[in-house]
Design a protein around this ligand. Structure first.
Ligand code: CA
Length: 225
């Protein structure tokens, strides 16, 4: 995987690059917006991590120019701006997601995985883990051909786990993405929903797909992490 980091603050750019390299991404850093745009248009990147306040050209303009040129590379905006208006402007410009600094690196990696899976299509909105399929478009779930009925919240939780297949997602990330809230004292509710999912998906099956990783979170995978 090939990531372009467009960020003028050297410390932040290096921090992101180092973390991504540890996660086996190849990285290129651009320190100016116009330089980032040129690179993104001339090399095939899998993802672009883009600051908004940049010399040369702002991040919103970089995204607009990329989309105008027909370039569909996933763009994740990373910025200290965090008002709703800024987020809307970022997404309106054609960016795929938005993460506010400071962020936990784990959260950045989770967002990148989701964007990459979405970009790669994965059989057009069909997420699979062993004999489990999650159809994001039709919101249908099957295990070994048996249809599983889920509530909206259960579906959202399973979809998030499936998007992060084979990776550990923390309860904080789950609270954030599935419930849209930021705090940790919510973990009981998450555990209860995971147990609902287990009853519907894993009960009676030889291979358990939902794993609890003590002290860290949950993982949907064919093998225990
Ligand atoms: Ca900046």
């Amino acid at each position: 995987m090939h990531a372009l980091i467009v960020e003028d603050e050297e410390k932040i750019a290096n921090f992101i690059a180092r973390g991504l390299r540890e996660a086996s991404y190849e990285t290129v850093i651009a320190r100016r917006g116009d330089e980032g745009l040129d690179l993104a248009l001339s090399e095939p990147f899998d993802i672009v991590l883009l600051d908004l306040m940049l010399p040369g050209m702002g991040g919103l303009d970089v995204t607009r120019e990329l989309r105008r040129a027909g370039n569909k590379v996933p763009v994740l905006i990373l910025t200290a701006r965090d008002t709703v208006a800024d987020k809307v402007a970022g997404l309106d410009s054609g960016a795929d997601d938005y993460l506010t600094k400071p962020f936990a690196f784990e959260e950045l990696l989770a967002r990148i995985r989701v964007l990459l899976r979405r970009a790669n299509g994965e059989g057009s909105f069909l997420l699979t883990v062993a004999d489990l399929t999650v159809d994001q478009k039709r919101r249908r779930v099957e295990r070994a051909g048996r249809e599983i009925r889920l509530s909206n919240r259960e579906f959202a939780l399973l979809e998030y786990l499936a998007l992060n297949r084979d990776c550990i997602v923390t309860r904080t990330l789950i609270a954030n993405h599935v419930w849209g809230i930021d705090f940790d004292t919510f973990t009981n509710t998450i555990d209860v929903y995971v147990s609902y999912l287990r009853d519907k998906i894993d009960a009676g099956e030889g291979t358990k797909l939902i794993h609890t990783v003590r002290g860290r979170g949950y993982c949907l995978s064919e093998k225990a992490p």
